[in-house]
Design a protein around this ligand. Structure first.
Ligand SMILES: [Zn+2]
Length: 74
């Protein structure tokens, strides 16, 4: 099983389905077994979902815009 830092490093790729099937399954397995990582995953997934919804919304709060910029520059 992969460790927490490996899983968190791949979290965005996992959410965006950019990993190979094998890596995708490995992250999934870790999330199934690790509540803290699962919480982090839910949080990040939720942020990304809001970000995508807010991309066309000029009233997005500055903190969110800042987060989008950081994600986009990764
Ligand atoms: Zn973990």
């Amino acid at each position: 099983m992969s460790n927490c830092s490996e899983t968190l490093e791949r979290l965005y790729e996992y959410i965006d389905r950019e990993l190979s099937n094998e890596e995708q399954a490995e992250v999934q397995r870790h999330l199934d077994d690790c509540p803290p990582c699962r919480d982090r995953f839910k949080f990040e997934e939720n942020v990304l979902r809001q970000v995508r919804r807010c991309c066309r919304d000029v009233s997005a709060p500055p903190s969110l815009v800042e987060k989008v910029r950081r994600i986009c520059n990764q």
